[in-house]
Design a protein around this ligand. Sequence first.
Ligand code: ATP
Ligand code: MG
Length: 407
Amino acid sequence: MQIFKVGGAVRDRLLGKPVTDIDWVVVGATTEEMLAQGYRPVGADFPVFLHPKSGEEYALARTERKSGRGYGGFTFHASPEVTLEEDLIRRDLTINAMAEDDQQNLTDPYHGQRDLEARILRHVSPAFAEDPLRVLRVARFAARYAGLGFTVAPETLELMRQLSESGELEALTVERSWKEISRALLEDRPQVFIEVLRDCGALKVLMPEVDALFGVPQPEAHHPEIDTGLHTLSVLEQSALHKQPLTVRWACLLHDLGKGLTPEEEWPRHIAHEHTGLKLIKAVNERFKAPKDCQELALLVGKYHTHGHRALELKASTLLELLQSFDVYRRPQRFEEFIAACEMDARGRKGLEQRSYPQADYLRGAAKVAREVAVQPLLEKGFKGPELGEALKRERLKALKAYKENA
Ligand code: ATP
Ligand code: MG
């Protein structure tokens, strides 16, 4: 049997990038031989094994053919006769379809190295169209490597467009989609992920609520970029530049969905978009079964981001309501993430990327003041149950009034 490094490890070594996980392909072996050597099988579906010591993935060389809709509809064929070239041709991109032996001799039948040098993301063969997940994968790689100058080949984008129009994207499982989306949002340029999906028509299928923001104007005074879609991309860009976690990036993507519902006659104003957007945010959250913390933050940011921007003008009572809604007493981190998302929203505007955001410290200070109101003295005064809650609120309000006056 022969063993080769494949996929990301080869690509990233040639790019001079750190290699984190290594995928291996094994040519000329049977399952029985792998088991006899101590490899542990992974699941029943694919001929994939884990190395007994390193735990890295070793897959038997295989060919694949589509036999139905979605990913379940794949039949594969693994046998000692399947060649390395046959295994590589089923892969998504040419830069992902190179293999290397232990002497670093490259096997590159589909010219991945050429495309790597030319900074092109190009599909390997027409079989690309057999797995719609590849649309998301290519957009994710575009987000990751845009900084190096990579772009999607026009013919690959065309295939992605056909896939998006064919209805195949709808056959993707939620788990596979979310894995790609969440990884893409955590890349250096997550906005490129959304742009590429939009360019090939996949955004309209996957997140029509986000797609609808393009072409919707906002008031130029607050939004020199005018277009709500472009604003959303900039907010996402800022969230990556500021190394925000996934929760914040997800909230950034969805914060303005309500603006897509504003009747044209009201443009460029978007009165109450925070509220109209909530059902759309909920729909996108649920469509992708986003993790609970992502869902929660997206809804809170959607509902309250304007409050964040107006923090310094808010009445003490409104400030208190805001803090209560976030349960800043038990969930201080979530409030920090809200503040971060608001700040990204404020900076994600053309020419205003470097602006200061005094609202952030003001909100932090308010949370601290409210949190510092002690319960003990109220207990000592005999308050309990709902009355205790009310008394606590009164004390917090008093503290916030003082905070506001001294700010
Ligand atoms: P990463 O750095 O994100 O791990 P990777 O290229 O190693 O990138 P993996 O998901 O680990 O990506 O997959 C390993 C290899 O398997 C890819 O390089 C590609 O050749 C192939 N591959 C994975 N998923 C698909 C797919 N859906 N369609 C075609 N080929 C795929
Ligand atoms: Mg990998």
